[in-house]
Design a protein around this ligand. Structure first.
Ligand code: FRU
Length: 320
């Protein structure tokens, strides 16, 4: 498209429909605005593994300069990512990994740690005794595997904690499960959207006094993690930053041949009623600063405009 855009970045997303992915995209766009020489094209696989593999192939065929990929599943993406990487296209994996170490850089929080924190917090909530259910969107992506394994290893340390099952299918299955297993005391949901679904099911079944819920993500916004914790609908959420800015920052370093780190671990922590307001005000501050930056850059653009028209006037008056 634009001739001054020297570098084309292809972004391959497993899905873009949810608020978490939107937050990631916004972060990418914000960071990208600092690099006029770079452009980005996003392809959305809408949760379809075959489609995403095909979209990555298209990026390779179209000779994009760098790929940012969040693979829908882990194992089935290993060949295509290795192929891109071996053909000389740098690949930045964000949030989700393959099973191979043939990639240029990774940006994301440690999902094993996310699961571990959830399990440790479950133990605190249940005071060492209770029945636990786990709910996720699938078991083939690296976040699912990491969260599940980390959670289990924390739970196993406590004899009084009874791990009942993991449900990987639809929310309907959660409803049926809770109806037939009213002894559940706590649900670990793999993200805040699922946590909110579980909350609503519990409400419908009259179980929300009895069942505690832990989610993952911790976004700001209505019915997002922070709001759910603040309103007491869920007990806690484990922060999982989207990493959009960091992904572009890393991509820029790679493209400009600057030094970069292969592993870029993002921070995670438990957000509960104790620290939720601090988290809110921090995010608020970042948003305000972002608005200031946008105001300043439009002011600068305005000044440049004025300057160049004045220079024209000056030029004409001297010439004439
Ligand atoms: C968004 C999402 C998040 C989750 C992440 C894991 O698409 O499901 O809620 O933390 O992906 O990859």
């Amino acid at each position: 498209e634009n001739s001054e855009k020297k570098y084309r970045i292809g972004v391959s997303q497993c899905t873009t429909g949810d608020s978490w992915r939107k937050d990631m995209r916004e972060g990418m766009e914000r960071e990208l605005s600092f690099y006029p020489e770079m452009s980005m094209t996003e392809k959305d696989a809408k949760g379809n593994t075959q489609k995403q593999i095909q979209q990555i192939q298209e990026f390779i065929d179209e000779k994009f300069d760098l790929l940012i990929v969040s693979p829908n599943e882990s194992k089935s993406f290993t060949p295509i990512i290795e192929k891109a990487y071996s053909s000389g296209i740098p690949v930045v994996l964000v949030d989700r990994r393959t099973t191979s170490d043939k990639f240029t850089a990774f940006v994301g929080a440690d999902n094993y740690r996310v699961g571990l924190y959830a399990g440790m917090y479950a133990n605190i909530l249940l005071k060492g005794k209770g029945n636990i259910l786990e709910v996720g969107w699938g078991i083939n992506s690296s976040p699912s595997i990491g969260r599940h394994t980390g959670f289990l290893s924390a739970i196993k340390k406590h004899e009084g904690l009874h791990y009942m099952a993991s449900l990987w299918s639809s929310v309907d299955s959660v409803k049926t499960y809770l109806q037939t297993h009213p002894s559940v005391n706590l649900v670990f949901a793999h993200n805040d959207r699922l946590a909110y679904d579980v909350y609503r099911i519990c409400e419908e079944l009259g179980l929300n006094q009895k069942i505690k819920i832990i989610g993952v993500d911790g976004l700001a916004g209505k019915n997002e993690g922070l709001d759910l914790v603040r309103s007491g609908k869920i007990s806690a959420t484990i922060l999982y930053p989207t990493g959009g800015e960091e992904a572009i920052l890393t991509a820029a370093k790679i493209l400009k041949h600057e030094t970069f780190k292969k592993e870029n671990e993002l921070f995670t922590t438990v957000i509960d009623p104790q620290n939720v307001s601090i988290m809110f005000s921090q995010l608020q501050k970042v948003k305000e600063q972002q608005r200031d930056i946008e105001r300043q850059s439009s002011k600068i653009a305005e000044l440049i405009q004025t300057f160049s028209s004045q220079r024209n006037i000056l030029y004409f008056t001297t010439v004439l």
